[in-house]
Design a protein. Structure first.
Length: 361
């Protein structure tokens, strides 16, 4: 009986189609009317809503399964440091793995540039659906070129905003609800700088040597034979009115934790790095001081001393804290999770041509 009802229903649907378009065919439409009426009477509005709800749940469940089935293979741990393979903290569902036996199933394979050697690359052919991802957070000055990999990758993941998957060292996000208003930490130091790598040929060292003639600078780090622990770092930076956020090399978007950590801890960053315009793509224009805004180090020193005596002007550098908060980037795990999320949303074929020209110029 049930089979007959299904056949009648299908037949009626076909008949109603022909009736709508008025073909020259005669058929007992009264039979269809009775069938449709029977179907309507057997399905209440609540049943219809429940059916739609169940369908929605099935679609959502399928979407979750699709996310979890997206596999990203970590070919080598960055600098040998392992991280959690769970992406929940980024609200991303994904399957991260370092199991190379899954190579032929992986939708993507991520390679950390500083750990790449030609001999370490996969020997088997790349599956047609698989994307290789180049991952690097070091500046070009500290990343050696490998000619053999120039046209090897489909995607890039780095601090640069024009990467396929950009993951900066930090960013400003709208304040979360419940965040208390900003209070300036107590200050007992004017200018501070923590530095490990000392090279007299670097611009930051030359600038420091000139500036210290005009203003007192508290210095720390391996370069000054005074190592700083994480706890010491927090206490030192929060007690400084200004902090030298001097990058070790100057490249587009190479704006590191040297900027974002002092901002988070309540110190005004004095930056030396890419041009001011590039910084303003990352942080508000009135949240930092750029050394290029001054013709000489002495001129910058005069500005620092002025702000030290004028608290109202000094506090303007913290106006951004009424709207934003600093989120520091996470090395390795965040890059893998963001990459896997990108693969979920971008299934089309992609290729990245001439990595050397893009990154090293």
């Amino acid at each position: 009986v049930r089979g007959k009802g299904v056949q009648t229903s299908s037949l009626c649907t076909l008949v109603l189609f022909f009736v709508y378009y008025k073909p020259e065919i005669k058929f007992p439409t009264s039979l269809c009317a009775k069938e449709v009426q029977a179907q309507v009477s057997n399905h209440s509005p609540d049943q219809h809503i429940n059916s739609l709800h169940n369908d929605t749940q099935r679609v959502q469940a399928a979407a979750v399964d699709a996310e979890l089935n997206t596999v990203l293979l970590i070919w080598m741990w960055p600098f040998g440091s392992k991280f959690d393979l769970n992406c929940n903290i980024f609200n991303i569902r994904c399957h991260l793995t370092d199991d190379k036996s899954l190579y032929h199933k992986a939708h993507g394979v991520i390679f950390h540039h500083r750990d790449i050697t030609v001999a370490s690359l996969p020997k088997e052919p790349r599956p047609w659906f698989q994307k290789w991802v180049w991952f690097n957070m070091e500046s070009p000055a500290h990343s050696g070129q490998i000619p053999e990999i120039n046209h090897l990758f489909n995607l890039t993941c780095s601090y640069r905003l024009d990467s396929n998957i950009p993951v900066p060292y930090g960013q400003l996000l709208p304040l979360s609800s419940g965040i208390e208003s900003f209070e300036l930490p107590p200050k007992d130091k004017l200018v501070c700088w923590i530095v490990s790598n000392w090279n007299p040929n670097l611009r930051r060292v030359q600038f420091y040597n000139e500036l210290k003639k005009h203003v007192q600078i508290n210095t720390y780090g391996r370069a000054f034979q005074q190592r700083v622990s994480d706890q010491d770092y927090t206490e030192i930076i929060s007690s400084c009115k200004f902090y030298f956020s001097f990058e070790n090399s100057i490249y587009k978007d190479y704006i590191t934790e040297k900027l974002f950590r002092p901002m988070k801890l309540g110190s005004v960053p004095i930056v030396l790095g890419p041009p001011r315009q590039n910084y303003e793509e990352h942080i508000p224009a009135d949240s930092f001081i750029h050394v290029d805004d001054f013709s000489t180090p002495k001129e910058l020193a005069e500005r620092i001393l002025y702000l030290n005596q004028n608290i109202t002007e000094y506090m303007k550098y913290f106006n951004w804290k009424n709207r934003f908060e600093v989120q520091l980037g996470g090395f390795g795990q965040e890059h893998a999770c963001r990459t896997c999320s990108y693969l979920q949303k971008n299934r089309r074929y992609q290729a990245f041509h001439d990595l050397n020209k893009w990154y090293w110029g």
